[in-house]
Design a protein around this ligand. Structure first.
Ligand code: MEV
Length: 440
């Protein structure tokens, strides 16, 4: 067990590493070497990364891949994806190609409203509170003018501030529930700054209120924070084509494939155990693009899964139907994304990813990300309902196994050739590799 340490954040990077190496590793020199191997030789770039967070000791790489051949609303895209899981990029690319020959993906932003709340306790007359909030509404707006000026120039700002009475759920609990339009920024800092100013105005004005009792004047602000649940920041992605144009899969006709696919989606709609995995597959595509474009994947994950439970039961985010011989597969999901601010102008690879996408607006990025999720879901369901998922997955995983056993170039060639005609399994690859090594 390591000793407690005080003032750790004040130590230099070298000192931090030294402390960690001595406390936690059987071979401290080796640990230091591994950490240093991942430093960047470009000291400015390393400094940039060091300063993203506190106590940085090294960089943690994720592969950045690309899925070409996406067509969204008639426009071609190559989508950058930062993800460690083998087969995700391959599946996205395959689905992109497939749908590019069938009209491509259609996507549209339905709404882009963000939400923030001031949570407070008011021990008093709720009608008096209601009148008070109505009367001080202009002060909420005038108090935040300095914050909203720039956002308003870009067409955004505060949309509405309403009082919500939550006392039936929690004694004396009320909210200022505010909605915002933040245009191309994700808007977290803007929203939180506005909310903290609302809270200040609320407290100051309550203290001055003549018709309030002492207890009412003393209302308690508990916290002011944006919500990552954004059911009105919604985007829809869709594909459709005649069933007869779906590809014939192994041992299965187009009609049978379409029906089986729709059935698989219906199962995820009614069965939470399956829905979680089904949606995880969607998030494989979504998170990878969200990360590559410098957005907050934890916020997206939290909001998306809350949305998947909005009817009281966790369910599939995507839907599918066959009507009059037409197969349609679609999804509506909440996505609060930004293409300005945050990491977008700081991280060189984020800038590259955004430029690769043609420097999209936040709305366009919402469409691209939703499409990446739908494509991923299509790829997963197509494999699951036809060949099974392991065939493609293990093919990609083969490289990881070869790396694990430090296979030489010659061994890689032999193993890859052999497993073109054999089912890949971890033990199968290891056995075959050993047999090659033993015959040498
Ligand atoms: C694996 O990362 C994702 C899948 O499990 C998704 C699904 O089952 O739909 C293949």
């Amino acid at each position: 067990m390591s000793k407690a340490v005080s003032g750790f954040s004040k130590l230099s990077k070298a000192e931090k590493i030294q402390w960690i190496a001595e406390q936690h590793f059987a071979n401290p020199a080796e640990a230091v070497q591994v950490l240093q191997k991942y430093w960047n030789n470009d000291t400015d770039l390393q400094k940039l990364h060091d300063e993203f967070i506190e106590n940085t000791i090294s960089n943690f790489y994720l592969p950045l891949g690309v899925a070409p051949n996406f067509v969204i609303n008639g426009k071609p895209y190559t989508i950058p994806m930062a993800i460690e899981e083998s087969s995700v990029v391959a599946a996205a690319s395959k689905a992109a190609k497939f749908w590019s020959n069938r009209g491509g993906f259609k996507a549209r932003v339905i709404s882009s409203e963000k939400i923030g709340q001031v949570h407070f306790i008011f021990k008093g007359d709720s009608l008096k509170l209601k009148r008070f909030i109505e009367e001080i509404q202009p002060k909420f707006f005038s108090g935040t003018e300095g914050l909203t000026k720039n956002m308003q120039k870009r067409g955004g700002g505060i949309l509405a501030i309403e009082l919500r009475d939550k006392t039936s759920d929690l004694e004396h609990y009320y909210q200022l529930h505010a909605t915002f339009e933040t245009k191309d920024s994700m808007g977290a800092n803007f929203i939180n700054s506005c909310l903290e100013q609302f809270a200040k105005t609320l407290k100051e004005e309550a203290a001055l209120r003549e018709d309030f009792s002492e207890e009412e004047k003393n209302l308690q602000v508990v916290m002011s924070i944006l919500s990552n649940y954004v059911p009105n920041c919604l985007v829809r992605a869709e594909v459709s084509c005649p069933v007869s144009e779906l590809k014939e899969e192994k041992h299965i006709s187009q009609e049978e494939f379409a029906e089986k696919f729709v059935r698989a989606v219906q199962i995820a709609e009614i069965e939470p155990y399956r829905a979680v995995t089904h949606n995880k597959g969607i998030m494989n595509g979504i998170d990878a693009v969200v990360i590559a474009t410098g957005n907050d994947f934890r916020a997206v994950e939290a909001g998306v899964h809350a949305y998947a439970s909005r009817n009281g039961k966790y369910s599939s985010l995507s839907h599918a139907k066959i009507e009059n011989g037409i197969f349609t597969f679609w999804m509506e999901i909440p996505l609060a994304l930004g293409t300005v601010g945050g990491l977008t102008s700081l991280h060189p690879l984020v800038k590259i990813s955004l430029e690769m996408l043609g420097n999209p607006s936040a709305h366009e990025l919402m469409e691209i990300v939703a499409v990446a999720g739908l494509a991923q879901n299509f790829g997963a369901l197509r494999s699951l309902t036809t060949t099974g998922i392991q065939q493609g997955h293990m093919k990609m995983h083969l490289m990881n196994i070869l790396n694990q056993f430090q296979a030489t170039e010659e061994e890689r060639k032999m193993v890859t050739k052999h497993f073109q005609h054999h089912t890949v399994s971890h033990s199968g690859v290891v056995e075959y590799l050993e047999s090659i090594r033993n015959t040498k």
